[in-house]
Design a protein around this ligand. Structure first.
Ligand code: ADP
Ligand code: MG
Length: 263
């Protein structure tokens, strides 16, 4: 295996990372699989090729980071992975189900049940309280009001917003708003959470706290997390790193093992 040099010198602070190049077919039961995905926009007579034949697989429970320069197609890719958008060509499978045959209603149902979204701009409803914002996605899953309220309270408490439940987003800081969005993304207990530069609008200290919240969530709940970020700390934490450039896959690595030892 490449990069698997093992030298456990005592008293040395070090990190051993075993990296495995992920090739199609390597993950036995992928949660998400993209097969030769293209996204092409037609602008007048010009065809803009935004994603150019991306194939990748994501294992259930992985913490996945998508890296790439601005404009490389990360958001477009994340939207396709999260079934918010469909490819021009190619296929997206969710647990082996080919999603290209699903209607918009069926896709919306799957998104509501299985996928939680966190965006750079938080995307909260400004005239609703924190509590109501977290309760909203559960309305569409036929959950009773009392259950919705209890779960929303529990989730807001778990992201440290117990004292802020009755506030509206504009009364809260950026970090607090993003924590509402994290709580909201969990409301339907999704299998996958996708986050598009969740710390992009936050100062670095607040960003760090948000990333810690996401890492915690992953460790406690074992949810599959797919995060677009520039934050090197989160890339360090991840188990799978997808690198894209100009709409193409540059690399796709599985970090198979991390061994940390300290002085
Ligand atoms: P990133 O998130 O990596 O910054 P995006 O996925 O947002 O990149 O965008 C990649 C490219 O696709 C950019 O050049 C952007 O201008 C273009 N793009 C995104 N959405 C559209 C659209 N709806 N129509 C035309 N071009 C688009
Ligand atoms: Mg983007």
């Amino acid at each position: 295996m490449p990069g698997s040099e093992n030298s456990t010198a005592a008293g040395q602070q070090n990190k051993l990372i075993l990296v495995e190049f992920l090739l199609p077919g390597m993950i036995e039961q992928p949660l998400i699989k993209l097969e030769n995905v293209w996204k092409i926009y037609q602008l007048g007579k010009v065809e803009l090729e935004i994603l150019k034949g991306i194939s990748l697989e994501i294992a259930p429970g992985n913490f996945v980071v998508i890296l790439g320069p601005s404009g490389s197609g990360k958001s477009t890719l994340l939207h396709i992975i999260g079934l918010l958008d469909t490819p021009t060509e190619g296929k997206v499978f969710l647990r082996n189900q080919d999603t290209s045959f699903l209607s918009e209603d069926e896709l919306a149902q799957i998104r509501g049940e299985k996928i939680g979204f966190i965006f750079q701009q938080f995307n909260l409803l400004q005239n609703l309280t924190a509590l109501e914002n977290v309760m909203i996605p559960m309305v569409f899953q036929g959950i009773s009001e009392i259950e919705r309220k209890n779960r929303a309270e529990f989730l807001l408490e778990s992201v440290g917003l117990k004292e802020r439940m009755m506030h509206r987003p504009f009364e809260l800081s950026g970090g607090e708003q993003q924590r509402i969005a994290i709580a909201r993304s969990l409301s339907n207990d999704p299998e996958v959470i996708v986050a598009d530069e969740p710390t992009g609008n936050l100062d670095s200290t607040t960003g760090k706290k948000i990333m810690e919240t996401l890492i915690n969530l992953h460790e406690k709940e074992q949810k599959t997390m797919i995060v677009v970020t520039h934050d090197p700390a989160i890339a360090d934490y991840s188990e799978q790193i997808i690198n894209i450039k100009d709409g193409q896959l540059v690399s796709n690595h599985l970090i198979t093992e991390k061994v940390l030892w300290e002085k």
